[in-house]
Design a protein around this ligand. Structure first.
Ligand SMILES: [Zn+2]
Length: 121
């Protein structure tokens, strides 16, 4: 697996797209066809704890390298790293999303877009 040029690059100072106690889905435009795609909040929540499972070490390395992830598991803005693979619902491009997931108080969340790219297979 190879990650193409990043459409969204990590930025420690990026403002969160959500801050509150309900959680929110992540809405983004496909870098290839601009169609709006959605990752539900429940998927983000789950992936924050489980994204490393079932990934080959090569894939892990590529994600670490291209997104510049910290070995501590912390995201760029100080939350936790949340990685999801999504197929664009319109053009079927394989995409990888990186969200900073910060539960900074019990069930209060700050969600920040930190990376988006197409995956070359
Ligand atoms: Zn697309």
């Amino acid at each position: 697996m190879e990650i193409a040029k990043l459409a969204v690059s990590p930025d420690p100072n990026r403002k969160p797209f959500y801050d509150g106690d309900k959680g929110a889905s992540y809405k983004f435009k496909c870098p290839n066809c601009r169609t709006k795609n959605v990752i539900p909040f429940e998927v983000l929540l789950h992936a924050t704890w489980n994204w490393k499972e079932n990934l080959d070490s090569d894939v892990r390395k590529e994600i670490d390298l291209k997104f510049g992830l910290s070995p501590t598991g912390k995201s760029h803005e100080g939350g936790w790293t949340c990685i999801n693979f999504v197929d664009c619902k319109s053009c079927a491009s394989k995409l990888v999303s990186y969200i900073g997931f910060n539960e900074y108080y019990n069930t209060v969340y700050r969600l920040t877009e930190q990376g988006l790219a197409q995956v070359k297979t």
